[in-house]
Design a protein around this ligand. Structure first.
Ligand code: COA
Length: 320
């Protein structure tokens, strides 16, 4: 028994922020952003927060799967920008969609969150604990972005993507996850409350910090490496993979991964031009687009792969 994706959904905020809009608040240009990242515009939630976007994507995934919320016995929500410390975002989605029979919790693995969540669902399904799961990748990084830092603020956008997963005979073939906490400082967000009545510390407001070049080097090495590991361990020929659904952080990273794997760009779909880097949401949003555009057929082999803060990385090989 394995877990198969039977439906997908996504949600992005209505408000579009173009590169030209950003050039009004920091010293940058449409030309620089497009050339270095592939991004033209991104969506920023004015009122739409993490749980709101997640619930919208979840409802759309349920509709797409033809499933009822009551059928869900597990909700895993991957985010690094929850609205609150608790209740967790998964419980808020549970309440919003009426998934009264589900156990719900969050997973934090930054931009690899969706792959981590899908791998976790797979372990639960394979062991027979749960049968029907909702997996969500969602982030609202606009709340954690320093809008005066041109090195980071041009990269991110808000959004959510979701998948309904069910225990079936075919579906996920293999998963790979990894972490390197020693190098965590190259991509971090230190917002925290370390205070109590003894140490007298106050909550600290902080924003995303990134050493862009180090993250770039990490991504172009680690993503092909973990995809090769996934293929080797599952004895799969790379030529049999129809699409590599990669984390949308930078179009140059996607191009470099394709080159290192010796795969044509037709097999590496991208939508970063419209949404920027929505962190844990990029892979499920892109998957939902492929699904709704009719680009996926039963039996197609796909690899989903992400990387991000932690540092973390993860990849999933599945049959559609
Ligand atoms: N607009 C204009 N100029 C900018 C800029 C912006 N938004 N951001 C940086 N610059 C400037 C820098 O200050 C630097 O100027 P200098 O040469 O005068 O010092 C110059 O552009 C080059 O900066 P550099 O950081 O070397 O650019 P880069 O080619 O590495 O591109 C990133 C920067 C952030 C786009 C790139 O490193 C990247 O995508 N890294 C990975 C990020 C990522 O994936 N993060 C998410 C992980 S989940």
């Amino acid at each position: 028994m394995t877990s198969r994706i039977i439906g997908t959904g996504s949600y992005v905020p209505e408000h579009i922020v173009t590169n030209d809009d950003l050039a009004k608040i920091v010293e940058t240009s449409d030309e620089w952003i497009l050339e270095r990242t592939g991004i033209r515009e991104r969506r920023i939630g004015i009122e739409e927060g993490t749980s709101f976007m997640a619930a919208k994507a979840a409802q759309r995934a349920l509709e797409n799967a033809g499933a009822e919320a009551e059928e869900l016995d597990l909700i895993l929500l991957a985010t690094s920008s929850p609205d609150h410390c608790f209740p967790n975002g998964a419980c808020e989605v549970q309440a919003a969609i009426g998934a009264v029979n589900a156990t719900a919790f969050d997973i934090s693995a930054a931009c690899s969150g969706f792959e981590f969540a899908l791998s976790t669902v797979q372990a639960f399904v394979q062991s027979g604990v749960y049968k029907t799961a909702l997996v969500i990748g969602v982030d609202c990084l606009s709340k954690l972005t320093d809008w005066t830092d041109r090195g980071t603020c041009v990269l991110f956008g808000d959004g959510a993507g979701a998948a309904i997963v069910r225990a079936e005979e075919t579906g996920i073939i293999h998963t790979v996850m990894g972490s390197d906490g020693v190098r965590g400082a190259v991509l971090s967000c230190a917002a925290r409350n370390n205070g109590n009545f003894l140490n007298g510390k106050q909550p600290e407001l902080d924003y995303i910090y990134m050493n862009g070049q180090e993250v770039f080097k990490f991504a172009v090495k680690k993503v092909p490496e973990c995809i090769r590991q996934l293929l080797d361990e599952s004895d799969t020929d790379i030529g049999d993979v129809k699409y590599f659904v990669l984390h949308q952080a930078n179009s140059r990273i996607c191009e470099s991964v394709a080159k290192r794997l010796k795969q044509p760009m037709e097999k590496v779909p991208m939508n970063i031009d419209r949404y920027g880097n929505t962190s844990g949401a990029t892979v499920p949003i892109l998957l939902d687009e492929l699904n709704r555009n009719g680009q996926l057929n039963r039996g197609d082999k796909l690899i989903l792969a992400g990387f991000g803060g932690g540092l973390t990385w993860g990849a999933v090989l599945l049959e559609w």
